[in-house]
Design a binder for this molecule. Structure first.
Ligand SMILES: [Zn+2]
Length: 121
């Protein structure tokens, strides 16, 4: 079990294991956030916070919600607007200690153009 949180601690993150890789994406929103995504199922990642402590940003085709802390501003995770038991949750691994992510490969995903990874797995 790995733990993380936003800077002020209002949003707490718990994930079952280290991710196989982290994804840095070039799309219009991810490049601005500077997030490094670790993908989990809703069963293997838990976000704990008071609902009033976060804001969800929804844009474009309105399928994803990007959550940030209202107090410290950190972007903590995104997930689909339609939440199902097996739907994916993307945790911003920047909220987790760098020591816990030290050996995890960082991959660059071209979300802006080709929708492909720009490296080999
Ligand atoms: Zn915070």
């Amino acid at each position: 079990m790995l733990h993380g949180s936003c800077h002020c601690g209002a949003v707490r993150i718990e994930v079952a294991r280290r991710p196989r890789s982290l994804t840095q994406c070039t799309c219009s929103i991810c490049r601005r956030y500077g997030a490094q995504w670790a993908y989990y199922s809703r069963k293997t990642a838990t976000i704990s916070c008071n609902p009033d402590d976060v804001t969800a940003y929804v844009w474009g085709d309105k399928t994803l919600e990007f959550f940030h802390c209202n107090r410290c501003g950190c972007l903590t995770h995104y997930e689909s607007v339609d939440k199902e038991d097996d739907s994916r949750i993307a945790v911003n691994a920047r909220m987790i200690s760098p020591a816990d992510m030290a050996d995890v490969k960082l991959r660059l995903f071209d979300g802006a153009e080709t929708w492909k990874y720009l490296d080999r797995a």
